[in-house]
Design a protein around this ligand. Structure first.
Ligand code: ASC
Length: 149
């Protein structure tokens, strides 16, 4: 086989392999999404502390944290694979029953997280506050609809 053909086959396989194949076990997918959501929450919370005046505004720290939130906002979606509605999870069955709505909620978070990162880069606290509130709204919206209490 020519090298070029091998590369094309590998590239096609990467696209075609379903998300499930990324995790050895359903528990790993659950652990992964909880872990990445936890990390996102930590960094989002540091921005919240500044937006709510609990700690002094530090533009560089805000931008650094927002950049992490932006990346993290993309990760956990691939871990809501089939069969991971059971076990140590608060994920509601609606995630799989109403997949289009769940995807929409996920897209909203990612869009707002991108705006949050851009807002943080302006170095303006009011911009950060506005984007923080909008992003937090997407966290809450998804939790209200798709997470058990
Ligand atoms: C956070 C965090 C969330 C959201 C959510 C917003 O800081 O960890 O899950 O904000 O509480 O309503």
């Amino acid at each position: 086989m020519k090298f070029k053909h091998a590369i094309l086959i590998i590239a096609a396989a990467c696209v075609a392999v379903p998300a499930m194949a990324q995790f050895a076990k359903p528990e790993d997918a659950i652990k992964y999404r909880k872990s990445s959501l936890f990390v996102m929450g930590q960094h989002f919370g540091r921005i919240g502390a500044m937006a709510q005046g609990r700690v002094p505004f530090d533009a560089k720290a805000a931008a650094d944290n927002a950049a992490v939130v932006e990346v993290m906002s993309k990760l956990h979606w691939a871990a809501f694979t089939e069969g991971t509605d059971k076990g140590e999870t608060r994920a509601k069955p609606e995630i799989w029953k109403d997949a289009a709505k769940f995807k929409e909620a996920g897209d909203k978070l990612q869009a707002e997280a991108t705006k949050l990162s851009a807002a943080a880069k302006t170095g303006n606290l009011d911009n950060l506050k506005t984007a923080f509130a909008a992003t937090g709204g997407t966290c809450k919206g998804c939790h209200d609809n798709f997470r058990k209490d």
